[in-house]
Each structure stands twice: as structure tokens, then as C-alpha cells.
Design a binder for this molecule. Sequence first.
Ligand code: NAD
Length: 360
Amino acid sequence: MIIGIPKEIKTLENRVSMTPGAVGSLIRQGNEVLVESGAGLGSGLTDEEYQAAGAKMVSAAEAWGAEMVIKVKEPLPSEFQYLRKDLILFTYLHLAAAEDLTNALLESGTIGIAYETVESPDRTLPLLTPMSEVAGRMATQVGAHYLEKTQGGRGILLGGVPGVSPAEVLVLGGGVVGTNAARIAMGMGARVTILDLSHGRLQYLDDVFNGRITTMMSTEANIREMVQRADLVIGGVLLPGAKAPKLITRDMLGIMKEGSVIVDVAVDQGGCVETIKPTTHDNPTYIVDGVVHYGVANMPGAVPRTSTFALVNQTTPYAMRLAAKGVAALKDDPGLALGLNTYKGKLTCPAVGEAFGIDS
Ligand code: NAD
């Protein structure tokens, strides 16, 4: 198969979808790999390293002309021109929050396989996990930064100091993002509370953190109680493929502390905070009712080298199966088949269909 690796063009996105090592594996499998010149530079990977692995360096249009295009982020409007019938596009799509892109994929007939809805046999999300690990760990780091006075925050140190209380960190959703955010917050000395809907998940968290964090059921009453106390709120809820539920409503901002910070990692699925909107790394925050909002939808893009390697470790085995068999690979693996979001003009992901009221 001919495989294309375009350069990412989203603002300050420096990840790349394949490392030279992964390109070498695809070439040894018998594929031809076309890498856009400079695609890896943001992650410290040179054209020479790709060429040494056997790749051909090409233009964006040539990379997009391949039979299968592997990317990191969803295509932006300037890339819609490359979408076409029979193209296999393997990337993050997050369609429930992107109606224009959904329409562009459907109108062009592109076979869109979304990383974020591929499942493992144990029902976890193997291609979302590595970026959620990065974003979760970063969320606490970023939150600590915006709590500084000069950044618009309350002017408090997450861990406090002897004689002064540490900050209160509220984590909504105790999945991969939430667990990693909590781990770093706890490590920095904050007091951490995690809310989740799943009792099993709360049991697991209580167990792994050995009772050193507080777990609570995610009810409206508990959210209201905890947002009043929180200095930093981290949003990490997910209903796979669907829009995130709005757990923090506009009126709740009124009971939050002046200068508290919300880092809504779930912004890529629409966000779990009513007042969140997507922001970019060059202008990441804005303030509503005295509360700092951080809504960067591609947080791992800030640490591209770590993120590229973490992502490629997980995507390469799937990419190799798609390269070997094309869409037939979906028949062999029901978990990979769940990644199929659009197929030749049809929406094949029920959660995306529900978000837009389209039959799937
Ligand atoms: P996950 O499936 O591991 O965890 C989600 C958790 O949310 C689950 O434990 C689930 O039980 C819980 N949940 C669902 N509804 C809830 C509710 N009403 N209240 C409380 N908890 C609820 O998912 P994840 O990998 O942690 O990802 C979380 C979100 O972060 C996703 O939207 C993902 O796309 C996003 N994400 C964003 C970035 C970014 O750069 N902004 C990066 C990575 C992941």
C-alpha cells in the first residue's frame, strides 16, 4: 500500500503521525511511505532520518495522494480539498464536536477511521490512552501555572508550604486523564478529589491511591459542593464518541472562587464546562466570571517529542494491519472496526450521528 504522512498544520501542532522507526516497519512490510518534507521537525525528527528508514520525502499534496493517510489531528478546512472517495484516513477525528468536518468526510466519501473510538477487547481506548496520559499529567502542570497571580489566577501554590494549606484540586472523571492529573496533583502536594459515575472506577482509584485522595460519586449536588471549594478544576469526563456532558453550568461559576482555574481537557469532545470553548497554545486562556478557563484541544502538542513517540507506540500495530489488508482489517478486529466513523458517504459511528441528529 502507498501510505502518506502529511505535516500537521494545526496552530503550534508539532507532533507527527509516524516516527522513522515506524516508517521502517511499514516499509519492511512491503509498503511505500511518502512523508511530507519537514513533517517530523517539530518532534526533532529530520528528513534524513526518514530517508534513512526508506521513506520518500514529498509535498503535502503528494502525501495526501496516498491510498492511506495517517495523521495526528483532524483535517482542517484547508485540507478538505484532499479528501476523496476510497481514501483511508487514520487519525484523531473527534467528529461529535465538528459538524463541518463530518460533512466534508461524508460528501467526499472518505473512509474515516478515528483513533479515539478504536477499542481494545477490554473496552479501553488504546489510541486515546497515550495522549490522555500526556494531557492528564500536563493539566495539573498547566493549572498550577495559571493559578499564579500574573497569569490571572488566585496567586496560590498548589502544594502550599508548611503552615499554609495546599490547593484543592477537583478532577471530574476518573479515567486516564483524571487518574494522571490526580497523580501529579497529589505529587505536588495538593488535596485531590475525583468524581466519577462508575462505582468500580472509584473503588479502583481509592485502591491505587491508597486512600490519599477523596473519591465521590458524580452527582449534581456533589459537583456543586466541590466546585465552591476548588482552586483548580480539571475536566476529564468522556462518553466515547459523544459530546461531553456539561457538568459545570454557567451559574456554578458564580459560586466558584475568584481566580480559580478550570482546565477542561474534555474540550475536544465539546467540554464538560458550559462556558468552555476551544483555545490554542498561543492564546490558551480566557476569563469568565473571574474564573480562568483553559481549553486547548491539542494539549499534547506542547510536548511533541514525548507525545509523538507515545502515540506511535500504540498506532503502529493498527497501521500495519490496515496497510496489509486495507478496510478488510476491520473485519478481523471488532475493536478496530469501532474506529470506523465514516464510510463512503455514510456515518458509521452512532454517537456522532446522535450529536447531529443524523441516522448512522
Ligand atoms: P476515559 O474513558 O479514560 O475516562 C473518562 C471517565 O469519565 C470515565 O471514568 C467515565 O466513567 C467518566 N465519566 C463519564 N461521565 C461522567 C460524569 N457525568 N461524571 C463524572 N465522570 C464521568 O477517557 P480519557 O482518556 O480520560 O479522556 C477524557 C477526555 O479527555 C476525552 O474527551 C478525551 O478526548 C480528552 N482528551 C483531550 C486532550 C486535549 O488535548 N485536550 C488530550 C487527550 C484526551
